[in-house]
Design a protein around this ligand. Structure first.
Ligand SMILES: C[S@@+](CC[C@H](N)C(=O)[O-])C[C@H]1O[C@@H](n2cnc3c(N)ncnc32)[C@H](O)[C@@H]1O
Length: 238
């Protein structure tokens, strides 16, 4: 019989208590992280199981509202982009990729990645860990959107992978809100950094690939404003 949401939540909490109660917190500048490394080696199975159990008990929750995706779609067009292919990372029910597909002209191909096996229930969604790239995405992705980068076990690895996928001039849109601040981390959302810290990290550690061009005022997550950091990939002249 299918577990109720309460049972799924209990299973998640019990698993975390039994397996991840003592994970260390690491800080680097403004970045604060719960580390999944044991003796210097990533415990990937633990990370994936926590994300999957968390995804299952929150499966009908929706973080980003459609209005915010409408605003970002308009912004992609204002940047002069005419997206044919986009990626959304960490998409749960897959609403953001469906909205981008409807709101952008020409019915672009926009797919979402989701680490949990629940990906199979949602359209335009693949079960995939966003720290990895598919070779066919590299250098051809017109835009990337995520409000799930705070679920990363290694944000520099994830952001490096995402930027490698961008086409020259392509845009990466990263939402930031109160939920992403360093004091909000937990085993399910192990990574926290201020907006300014994330802008600095992108411009310093990933600055060879492009720049943060602006930070947009977006929609709202409940009462909290959403801001979106726009990183554009360099165009290398011939
Ligand atoms: C905060 S939820 C956001 C979901 C959706 N974007 C929204 O607005 O409601 C984060 C989602 O990212 C997924 N996720 C976490 N780590 C991931 C990873 N490494 N690769 C792909 N998806 C991941 C989680 O399972 C969860 O569904």
């Amino acid at each position: 019989m299918e577990q109720t949401r309460r049972e799924k939540r209990r299973a998640f909490k019990q698993f975390v208590q039994q397996n991840a109660a003592d994970l260390p917190v690491k800080e680097r500048g403004d970045l604060r992280m719960i580390s999944f490394e044991l003796d210097g080696k990533l415990d990937y199975e633990l990370y994936r199981e926590i994300q999957t159990l968390g995804n299952k008990y929150k499966l009908d929750w929706q973080w980003v509202p459609e209005d915010h995706i409408r605003l970002l779609s308009g912004h992609l067009l204002a940047l002069g982009l005419n997206p044919k292919f986009g990626l959304c990372h960490g998409t749960r029910q897959g609403f953001e990729q469906s909205w981008f597909r409807d709101l952008l002209p020409g019915q672009p191909e926009v797919i979402g990645t989701e680490i949990s096996d629940t990906a199979k229930f949602f359209p335009h969604t693949i079960q995939w860990d966003f720290h990895e790239v598919k070779p066919e995405w590299v250098g051809v992705t017109d835009f990337i959107y995520s409000n799930s980068w705070d679920h990363s076990y290694d944000p520099v690895k994830a952001l490096t992978a995402w930027i490698s996928c961008l086409a020259p001039g392509g845009a990466m849109l990263l939402d930031h809100a109160r939920d992403f601040m360093p004091d909000q981390i937990c085993t399910l959302d192990p990574c926290g950094i201020s907006e300014e810290g994330l802008v600095n990290l992108l411009n310093t550690e990933l600055g060879d690939e492009g720049r943060v061009t602006e930070v947009l005022d977006g929609g709202k997550r409940k009462l909290d404003p959403i801001r979106t950091i726009v990183f554009q990939k360099k165009i290398i002249p011939n």
